[in-house]
Write a protein that binds this ligand. Structure first.
Ligand SMILES: Nc1ncnc2c1ncn2[C@@H]1O[C@H](COP(=O)(O)OP(=O)(O)OP(=O)(O)O)[C@@H](O)[C@H]1O
Length: 259
């Protein structure tokens, strides 16, 4: 890697009472890459992602975004700084429309006094922007952007959440188990979506237990074990069996390299 990482973590520590969820963990994400984070249940993947996305506060360590140290007190602060996290379930408000979901907390008000003093929203502008972003990502199979998100399929919902991230100039998108609850066809759409977002130059962190999905889309794989980064592997140079052996402790990184 010749470029500097866009996002780094050094010596990250997180305790929950007596449990050490992050134990001096390091992390690096490079511009434009898809980095998969894999690990056994309880290895600390979610804790790592929550620390990066402002959902939990670290006990020690440093996170840098574009070289600058950051300390987010809430997920909103992380989002404002350009780190957008797409959760499987919590990403969207089901009863709100697609447009409303995309603009919640970032509504565009009308120009002039109506917007300035009466906070009247510019629905036309928001709809046009939503349409543009969705079509950029090949998501215009969605007919009516005023329909409630609860009427969309799982894959389409992921799409709306990702379009929202892309629309607001995010620097990093974190996707937490995006295909876990989806069928084969829907998963396909989400994997294509990841490829589209990557093609637009946006780096993605993908947390997944699904090895075929990880091996299909990841440029590098961060193997997380016992609260820290055990190693980073190249999916082209390693098998899925190697990846599973590393995350369960059946193989050491040296053994995986020698194989
Ligand atoms: N809020 C919490 N309170 C107490 N312990 C927690 C909390 N969150 C996580 N832990 C513990 O921290 C450790 C790491 O959990 P974490 O959820 O980060 O792992 P994970 O790799 O994401 O697991 P999974 O793949 O099962 O989701 C586990 O032992 C877990 O029980």
């Amino acid at each position: 890697m010749t470029q500097d990482p866009i996002l780094t973590g050094r010596g990250l520590v997180k305790h929950y009472g007596r449990v050490t969820a992050l134990d001096n963990c390091d992390f690096d994400l490079y511009p434009g890459e898809v980095l998969a984070v894999i690990g056994d249940n309880g290895a600390g993947k979610s804790s790592l992602i929550k620390a990066i996305s402002g959902a939990v506060q670290l006990d020690a360590g440093e996170i840098r975004l574009e070289g600058k140290p950051i300390q987010f007190k809430s997920p909103l602060e992380a989002r404002d700084a350009g780190i957008e996290t797409v959760y499987q379930t919590l990403a969207l408000s089901p009863a709100l429309s697609i447009v409303d979901n995309m603009f919640v907390g970032r509504e565009i008000v009308k120009q002039g006094p109506m917007g300035r003093y009466l906070r009247m929203l510019d629905h036309k502008k928001m709809e046009a922007m939503a349409r543009e972003k969705l079509s950029d990502l090949g998501l215009m199979t969605i007919q009516n952007i005023n329909q409630a998100v609860e009427t969309l399929s799982g894959g389409q919902r992921q799409g709306v959440a990702v379009a929202r991230a892309a629309a607001f100039g995010s620097k990093v998108i974190i996707m937490d188990e995006p295909t876990a609850a989806l069928g084969v066809k829907e998963s396909r759409r989400v994997l294509d979506l990841i490829a589209d977002v990557k093609a637009r130059g946006m780096p993605i962190v993908l947390i997944s237990h699904n090895m075929p999905h990880v091996f299909e889309v990841a440029d590098r794989i961060h193997v997380h074990r016992l609260g820290k980064r055990l190693c980073v592997i190249d999916p082209k140079a390693h098998s899925m069996n190697d990846a599973v052996a590393l995350m369960t402790g059946a193989k050491t990184p040296d053994e995986a390299e020698a194989a």
